[in-house]
Design a protein. Structure first.
Length: 191
């Protein structure tokens, strides 16, 4: 492992950072989720530090994911079916990379809507413009057997994260300080 891989990933994220989006998303976002995004950089740094103690093969996968350059998002078509997988950093375990599941993004006239369709832990939510290289995701966590609650239903289900495009058919969402298990969750998407 090269320590510079994490430093490069942190630098790329910092260079993409800007003030939080104004407008609709600020009115919808809970105070707790605003605080999570304000602490995003510190939370991410702590999680990456803990991940270094994880399985070396999984760490190599994480480093490869984070080394990808951040690309323009506004002109990217998120729509369609995606393979998606979660990586959990810090918290209960240093690093866990799960297998691939099915996700779908659709535009229902109100903007892009994400649904994680398979796996025991699910998310459903929407994207809001933030900058040229990231969007804000507001979603709701659910277990496969449960009906997803709307965003704003409470701290047990509310999710917030930043989405980044990393290739012509790849992107990810980083969830700082999720309610369960880890310090940072990364939901990775590939066609």
């Amino acid at each position: 492992m090269k320590p510079s891989s994490f430093a490069l990933a942190a630098l790329l994220t910092l260079s993409a950072s800007s003030a939080l989006a104004d407008g609709v998303v600020q009115k919808l976002m809970t105070a707790a989720d605003k605080a999570r995004l304000e602490a995003y950089e510190d939370t991410r740094t702590e999680a990456l530090t803990e991940a270094k103690d994880g399985d070396q093969a999984q760490l190599a996968e994480l480093e490869a994911l984070l080394a990808k350059p951040l690309l323009s998002l506004p002109d990217f078509d998120l729509g369609g079916d995606w393979r998606c997988r979660t990586t959990k950093l810090g918290g209960l375990s240093p690093l866990v990379v799960y297998g691939w599941f099915k996700c779908r993004v659709s535009d229902d006239g109100s903007g892009w809507k994400l649904e994680k369709l398979t796996g025991s832990q699910r998310t459903t939510g929407r994207f809001y413009d933030d900058s040229q290289t990231r969007t804000i995701y507001l979603g709701s966590f659910s277990i496969a057997a449960d009906k997803p609650q709307p965003y704003g239903s409470g701290p047990d289900t509310d999710q917030v994260g930043y989405a980044f495009r990393t290739g012509p058919a790849e992107w990810r969402i980083e969830f700082p300080a999720p309610k369960y298990e880890s310090k940072l969750d990364i939901l990775e998407f590939r066609r």
